[in-house]
Design a protein around this ligand. Structure first.
Ligand SMILES: NC(=O)c1ccc[n+]([C@@H]2O[C@H](COP(=O)([O-])OP(=O)(O)OC[C@H]3O[C@@H](n4cnc5c(N)ncnc54)[C@H](O)[C@@H]3O)[C@@H](O)[C@H]2O)c1
Ligand SMILES: O=C(O)[C@H](O)CO
Length: 324
C-alpha cells in the first residue's frame, strides 16, 4: 500500500504524476478550518502533506496522528510549529537554494524602482503628465556606490550582496546571527551591529526569516536611527517590520522610501495606508514568482517528500534530528 499524502496546493501535471507514482494523493483546497473539517478522515490517515501558505499548528497536527513528513513549497517555514513537529517526530522539508537568485533579483528590482521612482513616474507617463522635458519633481536618487545594508546575510543576502557589490559598486554592511566569511571575502562585506547598520546604510535590505526574535525587529526606534535619505526594502517576512511604525516614518519623512514584497497581512488590504504613499513600491509577495523558479520549488518539494517518507533527510530538511 502506498502512503497517503494530502496535497494542498496545485502542482504542474508532470510533478503531480511523480507524486502519484509514489503515494496515494488527494488534493484539497488549502488547510482552512472548513477544508480540515471536510477532510478530517483523510487527514487522520495522511503520512505526508505538501503545499504552501497555510498554517500548520499544534491543533492541526493533533488531527494528523499518522503524519511523518510535511513538505512546504517555500524556503520560509514560519507557518509551521516546528517545536510541535519535533515533539511528534514529524520532519519538515523546505525549498532553499532553488529560489535564492530569483529573490535577490526581486530585491534589486525593489532597490532600483524605489530609488528611481520607476513605478510612480511610469504611471505619470501613462496618465499623460509627460508634456515637456522633465524637471526635479521627476528625479530619483542614485543607487550605484551607495551603502547597501543587508539584514539577514544568508543565502538570499549573499546573492543580493553579489549584485549590489559587483553590479553597482556598493559597499556592503550587514548584520546576521553570525559572521558570513564568504560575504566578507568575496564582497568585502563589513559585519556590524544593528544600530550601526541602521545609522550607516543608504538601503536597508531585509532578508530575515520570521521568528520570535525577528518579529518587529524594525520598529519606530530603529527607523528613527536611519538616515532621512535611506530606503527600506523588505522581502523577508512582513511582521519583521512594524508596519504602523513604517507608515508613520514614510509619512513624516523619517526615511525616504520603501520597497516591500511582504506585509503584516497578506494579501495587503486594499485600504492600507501604504498604498496611498507615493514613496512606497508594493509588490504582491513575488520574490520567487517566475515560471522557472516556481516550477523548481514545486519539483524540489515533491522530491523532498519522496525522500523524507523514505527516511532520507540529508537535504532540505529543517529538523533532521527527529529521525536521528
Ligand atoms: N519575498 C519572498 O518571496 C521570499 C522568498 C524566499 C524567502 N523569503 C524569506 O527570506 C528568508 C531568508 O531566506 P534565506 O534562504 O536567505 O535564509 P537563510 O537561513 O539562508 O538566511 C537567513 C539569515 O537571517 C539571519 N538571522 C536569522 N535570525 C536572525 C536574528 N535574530 N538576527 C539577525 N540575523 C538573523 C541568519 O543569520 C541568516 O543570515 C526566508 O526565511 C523567508 O522568510 C521571502
Ligand atoms: O519563503 C518563501 O519561499 C517565499 O516567501 C514564498 O512563500
Amino acid at each position: 500500500m502506498k502512503p497517503e499524502v494530502v496535497l494542498y496546493k496545485s502542482l504542474p501535471d508532470d510533478l503531480r504524476a511523480r507524486l502519484d507514482a509514489h503515494f496515494t494523493v488527494t488534493a484539497i483546497k488549502g488547510l482552512t478550518p472548513e477544508s480540515v473539517e471536510e477532510h478530517a478522515d483523510l487527514l487522520a490517515r495522511a503520512e505526508g502533506i505538501i503545499g504552501s501558505s497555510c498554517k500548520v499548528d499544534d491543533a492541526l497536527l493533533e488531527k494528523m496522528p499518522k503524519l511523518r513528513a510535511a513538505s512546504t513549497i517555500s524556503v520560509g517555514y514560519d507557518n509551521f510549529d516546528v517545536d510541535a513537529m519535533n515533539q511528534r517526530g514529524i520532519v519538515l522539508m523546505h525549498t532553499p537554494t532553488v529560489l535564492t537568485e530569483t529573490v535577490a533579483d526581486t530585491m534589486m528590482a525593489l532597490v532600483l524602482s524605489s530609488a528611481r521612482r520607476v513605478v510612480e513616474v511610469a504611471e505619470r507617463v501613462k496618465a499623460g503628465e509627460w508634456q515637456r522635458s522633465i524637471g526635479p519633481d521627476w528625479f530619483g536618487i542614485d543607487v550605484h556606490h551607495k551603502k547597501m545594508g543587508i539584514l539577514g546575510m544568508g543565502r538570499i543576502g549573499l546573492a543580493l550582496a553579489q549584485r549590489a557589490h559587483h553590479g553597482f559598486g556598493m559597499p556592503i554592511l550587514y548584520n546576521a546571527r553570525k559572521h558570513h566569511e564568504e560575504a566578507e571575502s568575496r564582497f568585502n562585506a563589513q559585519y556590524c551591529d544593528l544600530d550601526t547598520l541602521l545609522q550607516e546604510c543608504d538601503f536597508l535590505c531585509i532578508s530575515l526569516p520570521l521568528t520570535e526574535q525577528t518579529h518587529h525587529m524594525i520598529g519606530r526606534e530603529q527607523l528613527a536611527k536611519m538616515k532621512p535619505g535611506a530606503i527600506l526594502i523588505n522581502a523577508g517576512r512582513g511582521p519583521v517590520v512594524d508596519e504602523q511604525a513604517l507608515i508613520a516614518a514614510l509619512k513624516d519623512k523619517t526615511i525616504h522610501a520603501a520597497g516591500l514584497d511582504v506585509f503584516e497581512q497578506e494579501p495587503l488590504p486594499a485600504d492600507s495606508e501604504l498604498l496611498k504613499l507615493p514613496n512606497v513600491v508594493a509588490l504582491p509577495h513575488i520574490g520567487s514568482a517566475t515560471h522557472e523558479t516556481r516550477y523548481g520549488m514545486a519539483r524540489d518539494a515533491v522530491e523532498n517528500l519522496i525522500a523524507a517518507l523514505a527516511g532520507n533527510v540529508e537535504k532540505n530538511c529543517v529538523n533532521p534530528q527527529v529521525l536521528r
